[in-house]
Structure formats: structure tokens, C-alpha cells
Design a protein around this ligand. Sequence first.
Ligand code: ZN
Ligand code: ZN
Ligand code: FE
Length: 760
Amino acid sequence: MQGVGFRPFVYNLAAELGFAGWVLNSSSGVEIEAVGSDDLLDEFVERLMSEAPPLARIECISATTVPISDIEIPEPGRFVIRHSESQPGEFLPISPDVAICDDCLRELFDPIDRRYRYPFINCTNCGPRFTIIRDIPYDRPKTTMAPFVMCAACQAEYDDPTDRRFHAQPNACPVCGPRVWLQLPGRQSPISTGEDAIRAVRELLAEGKTVAVKGLGGFHLACDATNDAAVALLRERKGRVDKPFAIMSFDWEMVESYCEVNDDERTLLTSCERPIVLLRRRPSSPISSLVAPGNNYLGVMLPYTPLHYLLLEPSTLSCSLDIVHCSSPLALVMTSGNYSEEPVAIDNDEALERLRNLADAFLLHDRDIHARCDDSVTRIFAGVELPIRRSRGYAPYPVHLPLDVKQVLGVGAELKNTFCLTRDRYAFLSQHIGDMENYETLQFFEQMVEQLKRTFRIEPEIIAYDLHPGYLSSKYARDNPTSCILHPVQHHHAHIASVMAEAGLIGERPVIGVAFDGTGYGTDRAIWGGEFLVADYASFRRAAHLKYVPLPGGDAAIRRPYRTALAHLWAADMAWDEELRPVAAASAEEQSVLVQQLDRSVGAVPTSSVGRLFDAVSALAGVCQEINYEAQAAIELEMLVEGDVQEAYPFGLNGEEIDPAPCIRAVVADVRAGVRAGVISARFHNGLAQMVRDVCLHLREETGLQEVALSGGVFQNVTLLARMLPLLEQVGFTVYTHRLVPPNDACISLGQAVVASARA
Ligand code: ZN
Ligand code: ZN
Ligand code: FE
């Protein structure tokens, strides 16, 4: 990758071993020719692997011996870094943004360092990359650091191959680099700058105020996460009722005081990607319950920029100096700086305008953000990472594909959109684009498509898109003026292809694909979402699915799970008994409209969605009747699950159709018997897990296939995974789940691209 300090590392190692020769970056990787004794050359190859700089990712090293006469030595007796001339079509991956490294962190808090308390410390091993790059090759003039001219001291570091800042493009110091300042909404000029601004922000946060903080890939809205009133006010202003907020603490020890953190989770929290990690909260946690209502987990991250460290630094660190601080909160809410649904703000003026009613103050700086990039969200399941949102720290690092693919643009789905560009054996997935439901998000999508095409020198021959006629991403594909071949890909086929690709399957035989989600457009125009596919990359067969239930009012039912529950009761031939919570939630008038829609099947879309089945069970169990964020009813049902429950609700297995009616009847019987929601939740999760095992066994008898691939938003539910995986493995299946890209619709673009490439 560009800008990760690999060539200087090679240079220094070769110099240490006394080699003559050269190193060069090329599109096929790094090329080295070195002259030395066999022993030392062996040591060299070994140390290339073991001592590589933190951001370098070595896929493989191949070494051959050549006669000394064939080696070109630019400078006799010396080792040199050769300048690469870029060839047409050549590209090198660019690095994601990475968290401040330990060396820079030490300098940040070292009173005798010239960058002491400087909020933009970085080096070759850390700092901004993807978000500041305007174009490649990655050189300072092509980044948003271009306006800052390095001072003599910075330039000397930049030019010295033995320095940690050799060719560190964002290199800067308090003399020559970017600055921070504090500004109030509606005011033109800063009220304080530098250290004073940071201190003022800490005071405002301690008083319960909300501050918009410009970060790496966008703005955050920050407030004290232990202050109920502050969090409540932020929710009200942002129009976000229950959807969890992410929080940030100074270090993992602090996190451990309010969440359980195991070794794998700590590794992830402290990794240079610094994602938001979902952690189980401790019952006595001082974090406001309004941060994540109805959720047993908190989304927590550690600081990843020097500025974050200065904001969260415990007061004790500076006590020896004349810098006086008020103490910092245990954790700050750090939620994206936007109104719900809009892309996060990145530009100072834009933020001052768009966030003026959300924030009490603005902590701004003058290093521009070129590419917006939201925080990533991830968790640990069974010792491995299960991504929820793959963005900052990960994008645009490619996913490696097990087979060569054509140049394809997969435009993704609608919610949690990402797009994907492929070439050779790489799939470059974009950062999180967001919910493609408005013009601003579409605009962001279009800008990033153009930028990443340029960056990776990809001219797609094919554009792959979702069958759903209403998706903005599909409209973008159909309206595009180029001569690309347009290739529609069914949503759940894309889900399964995506998990196959990241698992490295070459697709020589199909898998049993289990795709469970909320919504995906089917080839029969129904809304699918409880699908068993026999699929490879090029094709799929819908081998089994949840029996259709009409969804009255479509989107209205999604926002009001009680309506979906009524539809499931209707489909199971059960009366709408007023004692059932979802029935009580619907007015008499609403009920009579619903009955007509259902009986005459007008205004009702048939669906096989497992997401909707979760909604129905959640409503019947009395957990959630209306939602204000996606999958809320399912999440709240999962959170209540009780551990020691063995029983499982039955499903009707009948050829290709899996009937949920027996499950619905059993839920209602339990509700009438006064069974706790947590027990109902457990029996439902168990029932789904057993149903999946039974259907897979049946499909194995039919096809002989041994491999099962799981994808779709429902598989973010770790309670379900924890019950389903052992059942499948006990009967001898090999099971593939997502580890690199999220199981939700963020993975669709990858699946679309590999399917379209395989078919074309
Ligand atoms: Zn560093
Ligand atoms: Zn400087
Ligand atoms: Fe989906």
C-alpha cells in the first residue's frame, strides 16, 4: 500500500545488512534487488516479514537467486529507494485511516517534545490517509494537507529515510500545521484557539453541553455519557428516540469499569482500526441508560486521534504542568454529526449550518476532510470478528477474492449501502455510504464511486444492481450514461455470494445458502427474507422459504410490528383477541381496514421475511409494538432472552414451504399462559435454529451438499448464531458466516459484483 513506510523500512534494513541494490513500488507489489551473502539474504527475507511496519500488509514474499551480473546497481556499494513512475492502469491500494500509534501518543504527552499536546501528531505508522487523499499517487500535494507548507524541522524529518516521518504526507507540527479553534453557533469568529479551545470544550462537556467535534472522517456530536439530561437533550435535538449512541473512553481500563471486556474484545478495541466494539454492559454501569435503551450492549470505542486523547485525558496526566484541567467524564457520547438519515457533516461551514440547532459549540480545525468516513462497528462472536459496519479503519482496504473477476461496479442495496469495485482478485468495498433514501446520500455515493474508480484505476464493464425497482442505487445503475452492461442480481443470491467470496470459496460446487433478513426483492416480486438457496456464483435455486404472509401497508407494517403480528395471526387462522398486545395496539378502525386488506389481498405485499417474523413474535410477546429504528423489535426481543430454556417452537415443514403458523400458535399459547417474554424469546430462537438445521438436513438428502453459508441482517443476532451453529455442526455441516463484511445489506455490493462477474 502507499504511504505505510514499507520502502524506507526495506532501505533501512538493507543498509543495516550492508547490501547494495534497490527497492521500488510497482503495481505488482514491492520489488527489491539486493546483493549480499546467502546468510544475510535469508535473514533479510525473514526480517521483511517479521519486522514490517505496522500498516504494511504482506500477502506473500517470493525470493529467487540471480547472478550478480544481472543486478542493476544504481549507486555502487549503496542501497537506494527508486522512484516509481506510474504506468497506465497501475494502482496501489491506499491505506485506511489508522489510530495514533504508541510513539506519537508518547510524544503527545511528553512536555519536552516539540509536538507536546499538538492535536495533529502523526507519522508513517499512523494518522489520516483515505479521508485526506484527493487523488493518487499518494503525495502531499494531492491531499488536503497541500495548503500547509512544512517548516524546516518537519521537512528534515520528511526527507530522512531513517526518520519515523520519512514521506509521512500529513506530517505537521504546531509551527506549520493545522490548528483547532472553538466557535459558537451563529458566530463568525473563533472564541478561543489551540489549548484554550480544548480546555473550553472540556468544560462545556462537563457542564452537560453538546459539542460538535470535527474528527477524521466527519463530525461527531459529543456529550457526557454519564449525564442523563445531556443525553436526553441530544436525543431530542437529533430526532433519535431509541437508536443506540456510541461512546468513547480514554482507555480500555476505563471501559472495563462499565463493560465486560474479554481478550479478543480488548485486542479489537485497541487495534489500529479502532472500531466501535459492542460490549456487554455491567449492571451497575454509571453510563446513562439513555445511551442505549433496551440494549444489554454498549457500542464503545477508544480515542483514535490525538484530539480525542486531549479531550478525554484524565486530569491527572497534566497535573505537573501549568495546564489546569477540569476532570474529564468517564465516557463521551460520540455520535455522528447529522440529523438522522442525512450523511455526516465533514466541512466546517456545512457543519456550522446543518448542526447549528444540535450543538452548543463547535470544535473546528483547518485540515479538510476529503472523503467522509463513518466509524466502523464490530463485535466478537465465538472468538472472531463479526462486522456490523465496515468503514473507517477498514475501507478502502480490499477484500481478497478466491478467483479472478472482471471489472464490476456493484451498487449495493438501499439501507446501510456500500458499493464495491472489483478487479483482478480484489474487491474494493466503499466505506459506509448510509441509507440511500435521500438526495444527499445519493450524491455522496456518486462522488465516492468516481473517486474510487480513479484511485484503483477501474473502468467497470458491468454494473450490478438489486432487482428492487424502487432502490436509488438501482436507479443510479439504470440511469448511468456509460456503455456498461447492466446486470440485475437477486438480493439473497447476492447475500450468499458475498459470504462465499469472503470465505474464499471458488464455487466449484453450490452451497446451501440460508439468507434471513428483513426485506429483499424476489424474482416473483414478493418480499423475500426467509430463504434457503442452493447457490453458486453464477446461479441459484430457491430450494425452500418461509411461507408467504401478506404484509398490509408494506412500510407501515415495518414501522409498526403490531400490524405484522396481526397479519401473522390472520395467516395462522387465529382470532384477533383483544387480550393480545398487538391487537390492543390497533384501533377498531385500523383493524377493520387491515381485515379487508388481508381478506381481499389488496394493499398487502406477500412476504417470507424472517425479520418480519421476529417483529410479529416481539409484538405478541408484548416487547415492542412500534419501532423508531431498524430491527428494534427484533433486538429488544433478543435482549430479553433467558439462558436455560430447552423448548423450541415448531414450524411446519412441508416441501418448499416452511409454515410459521405452528410457531405463532405456540407463542400465543405461551402468552395466554403467562410465560415470560424472555422464555418466549428463547423458545423462538431455539425454534428457528432447529428449523434451519432440519431444512438443511432435508436439502442435504436431496443434493448431497455439505456446506452451509449464512447471510442477511438476521445473522447479526448472536443469540441465534450461538444456538444455530452447534446444531448445524453436530450433524456434520461446514458453516460459513461473515467475518470481513457485515451480514446486513452492507455486504450486498460484494455479492452483486462476484455474481455479475461469474455470469458475464
Ligand atoms: Zn505515529
Ligand atoms: Zn512543522
Ligand atoms: Fe438483505
